[in-house]
Design a protein. Structure first.
Length: 94
């Protein structure tokens, strides 16, 4: 493991109790292990959030770069009505 640095953190009594209970139950070997796991999960969530944001940005860029003409509100309404009607027909047949 790379060199570690000792830090001090402040937790609510409920958070500290949950950490200590987890260690006492044998889920983790130490409070440090609990916190390292929490940081790993936080890092993973940040990476996943960044990936989702990049995917959204890419979809927006593709949409803005799409050479097809924009749909009017009436066109969108007509397409949605057609989709809903088709879904109802399929539901009636099921």
């Amino acid at each position: 493991m790379p060199s570690a640095e000792k830090i001090s953190i402040t937790m609510t009594p409920e958070q500290l109790r949950a950490v200590r209970e987890s260690v006492a139950a044998g889920e983790y070997a130490s409070t440090s292990e609990v916190l390292r796991d929490a940081v790993r999960l936080w890092q993973r969530r940040r990476e996943e959030d960044a990936e989702r944001l990049n995917a959204i940005r890419a979809r927006i860029r593709r949409s803005l770069d799409d050479p097809r003409p924009a749909l009017s509100l009436a066109d969108v309404d007509a397409q949605l009505e057609a989709l809903f009607a088709e879904a109802e027909r399929k539901a009636d047949r099921a």
